[in-house]
Ligand binder design. Structure first.
Ligand code: FES
Length: 65
């Protein structure tokens, strides 16, 4: 893993709950590849904004590169 990937992993995806990209990616690697699945696994989307900010970021992460 290079420095860029490490920095990327530290970015907060769900700001309300303080959940970083690397937490989501760990679940993606285990086979969870849906927005709902990732929300359930990480707790994202349950903060005060109710997922308005993080849902688009989660969708973006799941898009094929
Ligand atoms: S940013 Fe995820 S619930 Fe608000």
């Amino acid at each position: 893993m290079d420095q860029k990937e490490i920095i990327e992993g530290l970015k907060a995806v769900c700001i309300c709950k303080g959940i970083r990209k690397k937490s989501f990616m760990a679940h993606v690697e285990k086979g969870i590849k849906t927005v709902q699945g990732l929300k359930k696994a990480t707790g994202a989307g349950s903060g005060p904004c109710e997922g308005r900010r993080c849902t688009p970021r989660i969708e973006e992460m799941l898009k094929p590169k």
